[in-house]
Design a binder for this molecule. Sequence first.
Ligand SMILES: Nc1ncnc2c1ncn2[C@@H]1O[C@H](COP(=O)(O)OP(=O)(O)OP(=O)(O)O)[C@@H](O)[C@H]1O
Length: 691
Amino acid sequence: MFPRASQYSLVPPCRKAFFHTSAPHDAKFASRLTKTLSPKDKKSGAIEVASRASFTRDDAPHKGMSPVVERGRRLLVLKAKESRQLPRINKDTPSSRTARIGEDRRRHTPHNLDAGASHGSTARPLFSSTSRDYRSDGRSNRNYEEMQDSGEFYHPPGLISTTSSSKGKSKAVVSERELPTSFTSPPLLPGIASSLKEMLGPDAKPTPIQSLSMKWLLESDDGAGWRQVLLAAETGSGKSIAYLLPVLQNIKLAELSSKDQLPTPSKRPYNPRGLVLAPTHELSRQLSGFAKSLLHETKLRVVCASQSNVKNTKRQKDATSSKMASMFQDVDGSTGEFQVSKSSHPVDLLVGTPMKVLEMVRGRGWDRREEREGEEDIGENEENQKKLRRGRDKMPGIGKWRSKPELGLANVEWVVVDEADVLFDPDFQETTRTLLADISEARGAPVPLVSGSSLRSPSSTNTTLTTPEPINYPFNLLLTSATIPNSLNAYLEKHHPSLVRLASPRLHHLPKTLQTEYVSWTGGNKFADILRRIRRIWAEDSAGERGSLSKVLIFCNKSTKVVELSAYLAEQGIKSVAMTSQSEHRGRGSNKHLDGFLRMRGAGETSTGDVKNESHVMVTTSLLSRGLDFTPEIKHVFIVDEPRNMIDFLHRAGRSGRAGKRGKVVIFGKMKGRGSERVREVRKRVGALAA
Ligand SMILES: Nc1ncnc2c1ncn2[C@@H]1O[C@H](COP(=O)(O)OP(=O)(O)OP(=O)(O)O)[C@@H](O)[C@H]1O
């Protein structure tokens, strides 16, 4: 179903001179852009399907690439059969490259993840609890524009590549033959292998990113100590399994090998060996479910920090948990509540948002007051009350207490940062990095954290803090995303120069099984245009072989529009789920609010076809665009507003066409007359991503 990993190359280290090898890609993109330039929207108001063979897959998508290795600054070829197989090196002159990088940075300023730049700013609020639906609120009017063609993305030098510049030395190259082509080589623990088989079916083969991660994280031991690895691959390509397999297997093996040796003692109830961090509670819950289903036969305990593992009662409702649930909210107003149950069982893997995990580490409410050495509870005296922060703290009965820390970090050996470009973006990176620094400190190898913030660990005595470069965390760090903006790349280059980069050939492309379609607004009621397209899909479904109706996921930019569109559909006899950051049902400790839309393993297609009483449509913002594995019943994703940029577009579109299943992204816009230039521009960019 997926393309197999069959060839790959080891590429030059991530030093700028070699790292920014956009030339071959630029050339490729240029040719793709030329192809997509010819306007296809000849008929006004007509629905048009871009002529692209979407349903075929290359069986060897990265043919022609050779394993290469860099020694010092020279690019050598290992095992290259033909010299023409060499990846081309960027031929830009230094000055033009510098100019372009400068331009990239200027355009990218708001999202510049370079630590120097972002930490230098004191204006940015710490722990932004207003995670603004990825700015899907429409406040940015630079929609799509930030990601001017391919120049805004990091392009791995090889199609599938690994890069390391550790001390300028080359990294040993693995040949094509050495990449695992099945889940049995390198051998997985029998329990994990059998759960995986149950999950994916007996014939499932590793996707390219999975082959690479198995090779690098399960098989090879380069003796380099703690690993820092980036897993970058397109949406729906199985990145979760790519990191869960090595993490779970390594945790289990460590447990087995240290059976008689107790892990570092701790008074705290939770002392996991692994952490998975994700930007939303919904994704955390899905990932922990994923991990649990890989452990049916293996004794490891996974706990989701965003899950209600205890019965909720009114009394348990508190402002802090609501705050967690509102990580992605523009306004305080969530009614979310969830609490991780205390249990005597050890926890092996904890999954959660960085903020929630940090609260478990430092105690809920830790950020509600200025740091006070030695103080355990905030108490209720006047002085303390003055120091309470945030409007929520002023609510009666809330914010006057602080719970004890419940999570110990000394045993953490694996940390996964899922959706790394979000968790290292300016709004999240302080939380993320604070947590990573807390882990380092707990493990006895503190990493300094940038000053000027209240993010320092209460126990930290280091007050003259600087941003270290590079940062060497005393644990294995895996970063993953379907999109690596240049800003993240710059951050990684600076702080993690020895990072190994594993990237799939279709990184920064739409999945091949995802078709693109453009629909023109008629000039009348836009909601009616959307409704018409939905009805047409269902008419086609009814006429088709299966007869059952598929589901539609609609992305808007503003929460208000989500609500309005959903209400309009209801008036027209179509039940839908409107999901925004402020939706009441969010954050109650389960993903129940997404029932029928998230992929449920083992559950067949459940659609009854009763669109009046059973939701077949979900309307949302970019809140749900990241990481969630939606059911293949969602065959269409509608983009009715311009996403903020191409990264946002890739994630929204990528909720369909997952795991080799067919899907279609339907882009609405003005195709004719004044204002249609925008859509033409969008088509150019989308065309490049689809190629
Ligand atoms: N080797 C495989 N063969 C078949 N299906 C697979 C394989 N690996 C993963 N899948 C399935 O592919 C789907 C997508 O996986 P996953 O959610 O991990 O993708 P992802 O790359 O993390 O996507 P995103 O970037 O959107 O987060 C899941 O339903 C998963 O079970």
